[in-house]
Design a protein around this ligand. Structure first.
Ligand code: FMN
Length: 158
């Protein structure tokens, strides 16, 4: 079973989880990086939220990915304005993933992931497993995240 984890991260939380999962699941890793990144400062909510609202598909830095090389794709995304991130939208539009996306993990401040999952499943109806994680930059979330990550791994490791 050849797996790739495809993710976007602005502030590092999603990257941290993606790297951990890549090791534990022996999966390849692909980070999506927009050509014009959102700046990680006070303007990020307006800039990032605006892209989400207008369903923007920002141009990504060139990446190496051939869907035929993989049996499944796991997506990782922060939740922005109740949705998955614009870089993930671009990736989904650029690739004929069909039924290869089998799982997703989301990172958020609030832990509310239902709306985001619903929107993502419209693109990827094959999603069977998900992990709803909280910002890893807040140490208070460590215990809950650890439980949820372990549970996720137990469901997707095969
Ligand atoms: C533009 C923007 C919009 C966000 N919108 C939400 C949101 O709607 N709900 C939520 O719970 N957290 C929201 N957050 C918080 C992030 O989802 C959270 O901090 C996440 O852990 C960031 O992941 P990252 O470190 O991989 O970038 C938002 C953050 C940004 C920058």
């Amino acid at each position: 079973m050849k797996t790739i984890i495809v993710y976007y991260s602005l502030e590092g939380s999603t990257r941290k989880v993606a790297e951990r999962l890549s090791e534990e699941l022996n999966a390849d890793l692909l980070e999506l990086v927009p050509v014009k990144p959102i700046k990680n400062n006070g303007s990020k909510f307006m800039a990032g939220g605006g892209q989400v609202m207008f369903k923007k598909c920002p141009k990504l830095r060139e990446y190496n990915f051939n869907v035929a090389d993989y049996d499944r794709v796991i997506l990782g995304t922060p939740i922005w304005a109740g949705c998955f991130t614009p870089a993930i939208r671009t990736f989904l539009k650029e690739n004929e993933l069909q039924y290869k996306v089998s799982a997703v993990f989301t990172l958020s401040g609030s832990g509310k992931s239902e709306g985001c999952l619903k929107k993502l499943k419209k693109f990827c109806p094959s999603i069977l497993n998900d992990a709803n994680l909280l910002d890893t930059n807040n140490p208070k979330n460590a215990e809950l995240n650890e439980r949820r990550i372990k549970n996720f791994i137990s469901r997707v490791a095969y």
